[in-house]
Write a protein that binds this ligand. Sequence first.
Ligand SMILES: [Mg+2]
Length: 302
Amino acid sequence: MKIKNIHIIINPAAGRGETILPVINASLKEAGIKWEATITHQTGDATRLAKAAVQEGVDLLAVYGGDGTLREAISGLIGSDIPLFILPGGSANVMATELGIPGNLKDACLLLGRGALVTKIIDVGQFDTHYFITRISLGFEADVVKNTHRRDKNKIGIFAYFFSTLAALKKIKKTVYHLKIDGQEHKIQGLTCIITNTGNLGFSQISFDKHIDVSDGLLDVIVVRKANLNLFKLMAITLFKRERPDNLELVEHWQGKSISVSSSSKQTIQCDGELLKTASLKIKIIPGAIKILVPENKDSAQ
Ligand SMILES: [Mg+2]
């Protein structure tokens, strides 16, 4: 597809501390693409800037940042026909990874310059008046995100997440989740509940379940019931085979369009990497909410 006019929203605090503008300029100038950029300074800016770009009427909105910046931009883009492109700039770029978009800025810019892209229509999650693009989690998984400080993210990138996992494991506590999925009630004990749009956790393209699809109009609800040696074995098998074998004693999995969740004891809750101060959530999926440009050939973009 031919793109002539791009607006780029840049989050300069996204976490990598890398050179941004010369890299973008080199690829896009050579490709004859006209581009302009605006910078975010605080929460909410990417939504506002995306709305302004929609009004201006550009061919494409690109976002440099992590999943948080992306979520904000998408909030300003929903309802328009303008496609989005992700220039991965965060320490964990879950949505970019999910869609096979190259993990570094230069490769993503070259891909954009070459125009070897196709449109993929993806779902977006919603709770209250907010949107989310990757996942909402309660408990253990949210503690992992919480314990990964921006300082660590800058220094050691995704490895910070693994260190956080170790810290969170020491403090692990079970609770009872009260779930209502498309009208069906479930009461289940576990240590984390994940309501997800995407299948990967941002480290690699390996999905924790290959049936999770960002375009199927469904959210996936996963409850991990226990953390023991068998869970680590299950994870190892999943990574090796790229498919998670059923083990309902350890992991429960549902799909649905409308989900409410609360826990019997207070837990950390995160959404796209940001902490939420709420005790219960009503979540739904907006099928086909946004268009994102992805590599024509997902495998060749790695
Ligand atoms: Mg889905």
